[in-house]
Design a protein around this ligand. Sequence first.
Ligand code: HPA
Length: 280
Amino acid sequence: MNNQPVYQDYVNAAEAIRQKTNHQPKIALVLGSGLNQLADEVENADIISSGDIPGWPGSTVEGHHGRLVFGDLNGTSVLVLQGRTHFYEGTDLAWITLPVRVMHLLGVEILIVTNAAGGINRAYTEGDLMLIKDHINLPGMAGNNPLRGANLEEFGPRFPDMTHGYDADLRAMVHKTSSETGVDIQEGVYACVSGPSFETPAELRFLSAVGADAVGMSTAHSVIVANHCGMRVLGISTITNVTNIDPQSEDVTNHEEVLEVGKLVVPKLAKLLRAIVKNI
Ligand code: HPA
């Protein structure tokens, strides 16, 4: 694998998918850690293993099955992506984000990203949902932006704007849908870190001071690439743990807890997402 995919790599992946399904969804939904069960809600499903798509990144992490599920969610055509690859696994971000551009080539216009995140805002509790209104991409600010390297003009400009990274109309629709369904949702800023170690108390105090409400190890990379190619983005974090800013505390954060709480949140997240895809 080269450091960076070339245009033909995206085309080849899109072709391989087109040969396996006739579904042509305009909405894609990326499932985060512990949220895989949501894909079971999809009807008339064509399921493709990510290993059958050339160039598609694989995942080595428990709770991140690599599958593409094309079908209908609450009567709306969708593509559900189970399992994402994370930067901490070692692959370059340009390959990690290849699925976003492939989805664009397949005709997807709206990307809904979900993730597991640690709550930084002290008003948040375990099991809360948070609509992402903006992000702080720490790996990107430190040189690991997914668009680093040659710009592929076929997808977008060299210097894409990120003022409207998380589409305001879609966010307004989510608030309306939240009232209609009775599924409460917070709104806040997501800080992306590379992981895999969880944050130290000092790092958490830093993230809080710069305005982050939640922290996680994914999402910002895909959101940048999606914005670059003109997709509209909606992001929802599930708060799987309240982060620990007290160095004296006995509490520790672990991946098992993240997966456990992720599973408990699935029913209400599924209820909200079913209504969201209908309301788009
Ligand atoms: N930190 C970073 N990533 C996470 C966390 C966290 O506390 N919880 C779930 N993903």
